[in-house]
Design a binder for this molecule. Structure first.
Ligand SMILES: [Zn+2]
Length: 42
C-alpha cells in the first residue's frame, strides 16, 4: 500500500485554474478546474 501512496504523491498536482484549489484524482477530462468550478449549474 505504501508504494501506491508514494506513487500518487509523486504525481504532479493539478491546480484549479479558477479557484486555485488542488485537484485530486480527477480524470483528464475535467481539464484544469475543480469540481466546484466545473459544476454545470454554475
Ligand atoms: Zn475551482
Amino acid at each position: 500500500m505504501q508504494g501506491l501512496i508514494e506513487f500518487f504523491k509523486s504525481l504532479p498536482k493539478k491546480k484549479c485554474q479558477k479557484c486555485g484549489h488542488d485537484i485530486f484524482e480527477k480524470a483528464d477530462c475535467y481539464g484544469n478546474v475543480c469540481d466546484e468550478c466545473d459544476h454545470p449549474a454554475r
